[in-house]
Structure formats: C-alpha cells, structure tokens
Design a protein around this ligand. Structure first.
Ligand SMILES: [Fe+2]
Length: 487
C-alpha cells in the first residue's frame, strides 16, 4: 500500500476512535499497529487517547528541580528466622529511643533492671515498649513496659492529668516514662513522652510556583472505575479540561504522586471477580499505562503500591513487580517506588526540596477503631484518617502495633519515621482531606470509584474524583473536583 494511503488509513482510524493525532506523530508512524504500539493503547482505552502533548515544556518556565529518592525499600525476599524478628524490634526500639533521648526529661533515662533495683522512692525515668495495657475496675491504667533488661508494671492513676492520654496508648508503643518506683515493684507514672515531632523552627517555602498532584485508589479493572472522570483529570494535566483558572493551575503541575491501589487487582477479596470488568491484572496495568502515557512528559510520575497492587501485602511493600513494570516501558516519565517511600521533591539551586512521605494507609483502620480519642475525632471512620496520621507522626511509626497490619521483619524497620517529612500523603480511605501538624502537611487523597455495596454496609462514604494539589510556593493544598457529582 502506498505511503499516502497508509497515512489516510491512520487518520481515519484516529477519527473513528476520537484520537487527536498531531502532524509530528503522524509523520513518525507507518501503520495503525505502529500507532497503537507507540501509544500503548487497546480497545478499552482507544476512545480516551489524545496523541502527544500540546503543552509547552514547563521546566524552563518554572525552573527544573530534581527529585531524590531518600527511602525506597527494595530488599530481595529471603526466609525469615526468629532472629529477624528480634533484629526488627531492636532496630525499631533503638531508632525511637534515640529520638526520645533528645528530650531533657529523659536525658538520664535508666534501664528497667536498674529501676527495679532501686530501694528509695527517687524520681526516675526510662524508655520502654508497651507489651500490655489494662484499665482496672477503678479506672486506673496499668501498663506493662519492657526493654531489653526486663519488664515492669506501671500505674497511671485515674486522677492523673495524663490518664486519658494513657488510655490512648497502644500495644508496642515506645514511650519515655518519668515517675517513682515503689517497694511493691509497681512504678507510679507522673508523665509519659512520645517521640513526637519537634516544634518546627521555620516554615519552608519554595521560590518556584510549581505544584504536585496526589491521587490514589484508581481501582482500574473494577466495573465501577470512574473512567470518564479520570479521563478529565488526565485532560486537565494536559491543560485541556477545566475552568480558565484550573487550566492555568495545571500548567504548574510538575509532579504526580500515585499512592497505591492504581488497579483493583484480582483475588483481593471474596467475590471480587463478580465486580471486575477486567479480570486480568496484566490488562489492568496496561490500561493504567495507556492513561499515564497521555500525561505530558514534563510531569514526573511516582507510582507507589497498596493492598490491591501486584506486590506482597507485608510492609514495607517493594515497588510494583518488575514483570508488571514492563507494561510501562513507553511511559518515560514514571518512577516506581515502595510503600512507604520518602522523596525529596523539587530540589533546585535555591531550594532544598520538600520531603514527601508516601504511605498507602493500610494500618489506619486499626487505630481509627481502637484508639479512644481517634474514635471521638469524627463520628464516621472515614473522616478519621488525617487524625490517625497525626497520631502516627507522634509515634514516629506508620504501623506501631504488631496486629495493625502485616509487616516483614528486616534488619532495619522501614516503617519508622526517622526523617521528618514536609508532606505526609496517603490513600486507602477514599476521602480527601488535609490538616497540618507541627509543620507537616497531612494529605489524604481521594479515589476513582463510587460507593459500593460493601462500603454502604460499613457506613463508608467515599468522596471520589477529588484531587489534592500541593502549591509549592505558598505551601498550601487545594482540591480540584473531577467527580461531576458522582459519589
Ligand atoms: Fe487500599
């Protein structure tokens, strides 16, 4: 077939499938198959494709920044032994102990074995992990605390000003304690310290007017994936959707974070297959890749994983398995990162960058349901995650309680929050929100799936299709609604 006729065929194919093809791309492809390959499209996504970006290159306009990946779990799996569990808990204890020791009140902290040897009622302090918490019939709080030297029972009186604070403590919390030992062996607590965050000394501001969008829980493959709304989000990133102001804003977006559950996966929960429109996980990721391919190349995409993704469930979760990463070979602006991961974004000659802690959020339900003050923070569980995230920042750990989620014991506990982020972003609970705590901006992202029957029964009300956007220059978060009223 003559070249001209081939080109005509390609143009007709594009018209039929609502593909806007630019002259440059048309000159680069010789057949429809080549076009499909280049765009990584299939029949399910063909009608969403807009070939090539018509954006200007933003980096020259807004100043190009670099992204440093400060934490990205990537250890090869190996058989675990009891020693791995011991190393894991010791690593966590040592990390959090070193944070607590910076407090003046704990600078002379002793060990539990020494505390137990004391014969006089002198003021003492120590650092330990909670192995058990009990509330007595008389409403006192009894804590069993342990370090590597021993175990001690501690009492927080029902009349103590820290009694409700003590009631919020959870198993495996690592805390600093001050108080008085007694002849009976019981330690009377007068104060308790969490590792917490320090008071920020200054507020960081980026000189460049650039933005970062945060999404998660696309659940591609689910029959109710909000395809049309997500397409509008992609169009917005291309400057082709939204009000004039929203289009102007989209030009500033240089970074996109996808914080897990970008696909619905397969076999995640009983009966899921009945609710999937795409039952093959490879196909789900191929469709995701076809969407991401449409994002202008100057936007750097970081894709993390969640409990629906092709990665093990135990945390830290490594990045998406290599076999599935291959589906994204045409997406040149994507980086695969672990859950959790820590990124330093937009480092320039005049700005040190913002640190973003990405964590999908699988542990949050446990704390939202079991911690008294978190239960009272909002009537419905889906409104509690920002407060859970604050609670976890105070503990400097993403899932401190052994049973709050699955974990993989490694020599270093990757869920400890050693490095204080500027932004702490999560998904999983399907409702957007943002609060700040001691200089850290906490962001919950939305989802791209309306309320399903299971969520209805649980009383969960998602707010889908709403995208948090971080404005670097002003250090604020705004939300853009792509839902079209769908809930
Ligand atoms: Fe999730």
């Amino acid at each position: 077939m003559a070249l001209e006729s081939k080109k005509k065929e390609i143009v007709e194919y594009c018209l039929r499938n609502k593909i806007l093809i630019t002259p440059t791309l048309l000159s680069q492809v010789q057949s429809i198959e080549e076009l499909k390959l280049k765009l990584n499209i299939n029949s399910k996504t063909a009608n969403l494709v807009i070939a090539e970006s018509n954006h200007d290159q933003k980096s020259s306009v807004f100043g190009s920044g670099t992204v440093d990946i400060l934490y990205n779990y990537s250890l090869e799996p190996k058989k675990k032994t009891i020693q791995d569990f011991i190393n894991y808990f010791r690593s966590r204890f040592n990390s959090i102990q070193s944070i607590l020791l910076q407090r003046q009140e704990l600078s002379n902290a002793s060990s539990i074995s020494r505390i137990k040897q004391k014969t006089s009622r002198e003021k003492s302090s120590f650092i330990a992990m909670i192995s058990e918490k009990q509330i007595t019939k008389n409403h006192h709080v009894i804590l069993s605390l342990e370090d590597v030297t021993g175990v001690i029972k501690c009492l927080v009186s029902k009349d103590s000003p820290i009694k409700s604070f003590a009631e919020d403590l959870i198993d495996d919390d690592i805390i600093g304690v001050t108080g008085f030992p007694s002849q009976s062996g019981l330690f009377f607590v007068d104060n308790i310290f969490l590792p917490d965050l320090p008071i920020p000394q200054f507020s960081k501001k980026c000189p460049d007017d650039v933005c970062c969008a945060v999404i998660s829980d696309l659940q591609i493959g689910a029959e109710d994936f909000m395809e049309a709304q997500f397409k509008n989000f992609i169009l917005w990133l291309r400057g082709e959707y939204g009000s004039d102001d929203e289009r102007e804003l989209s030009k500033k977006v240089l970074y996109l974070l996808i914080v897990g559950d970008s696909v619905d996966g397969v076999g995640i929960f009983p009966g899921q297959e009945l609710r999937l429109s795409i039952k093959d996980i490879d196909e789900q990721y191929k469709i995701l890749a076809s969407y991401l391919l449409m994002i202008p190349p100057h936007i750097q995409i970081f894709l993390s994983v969640g409990n629906h993704d092709a990665s093990r469930l135990s945390e830290p979760q490594p990045p998406l398995l290599k076999r599935f990463q291959e589906h994204f070979s045409n997406v040149k602006n994507i980086v695969f990162v672990s859950n959790p991961s820590l990124l330093n974004i937009h480092k320039t000659s005049s700005f040190s960058g913002y640190k973003f802690l990405l964590y999908h959020g699988c542990s949050y339900f446990y704390y939202a349901e079991n911690v008294p003050s978190l239960k009272n923070s909002a009537p419905k569980i889906h409104d509690r995650p920002p407060f859970v995230m604050k609670f976890l920042l105070q503990r400097r750990h993403l899932a401190p309680t052994y049973t709050s989620w699955l974990y993989m014991p490694e020599d270093v506990d990757g869920l400890v929050i050693n490095d204080i982020p500027d932004f702490f972003v999560s998904g999983h609970l399907h409702r957007p929100a943002s609060i700040t705590y001691k200089g850290v901006t906490i962001i919950c992202s939305s989802c791209w799936q309306p309320q399903n029957e299971y969520q209805k029964k649980q009383g969960h009300e998602p707010l889908p299709g709403i995208v948090p956007v971080v404005h670097f220059r002003d250090n604020v978060v705004s939300f853009i609604d792509f839902s079209g009223g769908v809930k």
